[in-house]
Write a protein that binds this ligand. Structure first.
Ligand SMILES: [Zn+2]
Length: 358
């Protein structure tokens, strides 16, 4: 480029520069060429930089005037190159589309929208109802210490649930064997142990949803299934609140007309213990095949926390009271969604998952 003009900068030269750049940028064929062009005009060794360097030799008035023109030219050049870059990019895309097998006019393929698994849906609903009853959802590991699953929950050493036939053992190691948890109750143990040392301990109001595992597999049992349970501990909290909470839960879950009843039962970790029945959702308590004409469906286990459990988890049973309950999510889902075979949940047939076939 013109060496003579470099020694004698003139506004005229800036116009010429812009003209040259306009012609050349319209002619570039590739991004590589464009980069070279940019560096020739705008780079450190480009002509614009040399003109900029020559500013220092000018009189103040001329300096100001020519400096402003230089900036204007720089902006105009940058704009030019930006336009050229967009042109090259769209040319490249067009070329790519022309040369590929892609048929942009082909009709689209319909993918049905995803939806939650029925178990997930029912679980979320149960969690949300219990949250409204003031129970905060917490989670624990599925591979669990045997003593968190049994010993601290007052299971005797020879309890049938500990048998290899009923429980999946991950690692046998005396008192600290690892198993796949057979229920969600060890989450309660973890919460009690943790809060026993906490400064502000009461009240405890939690729910524990999650997967559990048992050696079992038929039309009404699966080796992996889901439970949800609740635990409330305070200086005073007993049967009336337990009953009111479950009453609220089942009314919200199955409908306002749902009634519940407690029947005496036995669990190692509660005393007294109760089986909780809800009025049959199919016959509204009149009697049908599903409820075996009784009008009631057995849906939960519940009771007051056993003093031995408090003791094993670092609490003085004289100072606190608590209640707990547990339910199977699959059973709730089967009744709510009217699904006769438990195994449907785990076969992952798309017709089932999309809700077209129950
Ligand atoms: Zn019924």
């Amino acid at each position: 480029m013109s060496r003579a003009l470099q020694e004698n900068p003139k506004p005229q030269r800036l116009m010429e520069l812009l003209d040259e750049a306009t012609k050349e940028s319209a002619a570039v064929k590739s991004l590589h060429e464009l980069r070279e062009l940019k560096s020739r005009f705008l780079g450190k060794k480009g002509e614009l930089s040399r003109l900029l360097a020559s500013l220092k030799d000018l009189q103040p008035e001329a300096k100001k005037d020519f400096g402003a023109k230089l900036n204007e030219t720089r902006r105009a050049l940058e704009n030019l190159f930006q336009v050229a870059e967009s042109r090259l990019e769209s040319e490249a895309l067009e070329k790519q589309l022309r040369e590929s097998d892609l048929d942009a006019s082909a009709p689209g393929v319909f993918f049905p929208p995803a939806q939650p698994h029925p178990i997930r849906e029912v679980m979320e609903e149960a969690i949300s109802i219990l949250e409204r009853a003031g129970l905060q959802a917490i989670y624990g590991p599925e591979v669990e210490f045997e003593d968190y699953c049994f010993d601290r929950l007052n299971f005797q050493k020879d309890h049938a649930a500990r048998d290899m036939q009923a429980t999946f053992f991950v690692k046998s190691a005396g008192d600290r064997s690892l198993i796949l948890r057979t229920h969600t109750s060890p989450v309660q143990v973890r919460a009690l142990l943790k809060l026993a040392k906490a400064e502000k301990r009461l009240p405890i109001r939690i729910q524990a949803p999650g997967r559990v595992y048992r050696v079992d597999d038929d039309a009404t049992h699966a080796p992996m299934f889901h439970q949800i349970e609740g635990l409330v501990v305070d200086t005073q909290s007993g049967m009336p609140e337990l009953r009111a909470t479950l009453d609220y839960f089942f009314r919200k879950f199955f409908g306002e007309k749902t009634k519940i009843r407690f029947r005496p039962s036995y669990f190692p970790f509660t005393e007294p213990s109760a089986e909780v029945d809800a009025s049959c959702v199919f016959c509204q308590g009149l009697g049908c095949k599903v409820c075996k004409q009784s009008g009631w469906l057995e849906l939960a286990g519940a009771g007051l926390v056993h003093p031995n459990v408090f003791q094993a988890c670092g609490w003085n049973p004289e100072e606190v009271q608590g209640w707990a309950f547990g339910m199977g999510i699959e059973r709730l889902a089967m009744l709510k969604l009217k699904i006769p075979d438990l195994r449907s949940f785990f076969e992952n047939r798309l017709s089932f998952l999309r809700g077209r076939v129950r």
